[in-house]
Design a protein around this ligand. Structure first.
Ligand code: FE2
Ligand code: FE2
Length: 275
């Protein structure tokens, strides 16, 4: 089990220059994809924190307890920074609040389910965030039009998602797998199937809604449409490349650390000035 990791404040600040299409040189699709993700973070990450906190008193391992504290601290910082980012974009009449409300409703429903099911959902979503974060760190071409300030939001968050990617999983195994190995494995797989449908459909729907809101700019010229198609192909490629990592989650002996990003983490912590 890895040792703990730090909780850092984001160096991102809301600036008047923040615009909807903040990934310069790309079609609006990449910014909309990121913004759709951002819309889910404040409520989503609060749920992740609570699902781990619910069972924290059953964790008897000191190192894992330290990691839980760091996990909660990191996710709380992410939630706060993305809430500021979303609010700044909303100021430009962006329809993010509706997404946020829908997510609050579905997390409230999930909160009425068993503690194992709640943590199973977190484990599944943490696999998605770790996969996407790792991909962003490994493929800078996708976001290279982000300015330094926005990199301090998106790449800081990516680094920390990779850093803490095993915590919810380890808590789940520690608390539930020791009591009922087969039952908890079946729940983990069920949670991933449910999360996959919700995440992929929800992300696509939010992105298309944002794109449609912006249709006059998004589809303003054949050149814009060409850029949009090229970016959609990049996203399809990302999904294909991530497929083996996604599928590995269903294996009985899966552990998030099996896909290591240690070299990437060190490289990006240095570039971003994160300690
Ligand atoms: Fe996060
Ligand atoms: Fe996370």
């Amino acid at each position: 089990m890895m040792s703990s990791f730090p909780v850092r404040r984001s160096r991102f600040t809301v600036t008047p220059s923040l615009v909807r299409h903040y990934v310069v040189g790309r079609s609006p699709l990449i910014a909309h994809l990121l913004t759709a993700l951002s819309a889910t973070f404040p409520a989503g990450e609060r749920f992740f924190i609570d699902s781990v906190r619910n069972v924290r008193d059953q964790v008897t391992d000191d190192v894992l307890q330290q990691q839980i504290s760091a996990f909660i601290g990191q996710e709380a910082m992410h939630s706060q920074a993305h809430a500021q980012f979303n609010e700044a974009l909303n100021a430009a009449d962006y329809g993010l609040e509706a997404f946020n409300q829908r997510l609050i409703n579905s997390t409230n429903l999930l909160r009425t389910r068993s503690l194992r099911r709640q943590l199973g959902a977190t484990v599944a979503y943490e696999h998605f965030t770790a996969m996407i974060a790792g991909y962003l760190l490994e493929h800078p071409k996708l976001w290279q039009g982000l300015d330094d300030n926005l990199q301090q939001l998106w790449l800081w968050h990516s680094v920390e998602e990779v850093e803490h990617k095993s915590v919810a999983f380890d808590v789940y195994q520690h608390v539930f797998s020791t009591k009922d190995e087969q039952g908890s494995l079946a729940q983990r797989r069920r949670s991933m199937r449910t999360a996959s449908r919700a995440f992929i459909l929800g992300w696509a729907k939010m992105t298309l809604t944002l794109l449609w809101q912006d249709r006059q700019q998004s589809f303003s010229s054949p050149q814009q449409i060409k850029l949009l198609i090229a970016d959609a192909a990049e996203i399809a490629l990302m999904m294909m490349r991530l497929l083996p990592e996604y599928l590995s989650f269903y294996k009985a002996d899966f552990h998030p650390s099996q896909c290591s990003h240690q070299a990437l983490l060190s490289e990006w912590k240095e570039k971003l000035g994160l300690v």
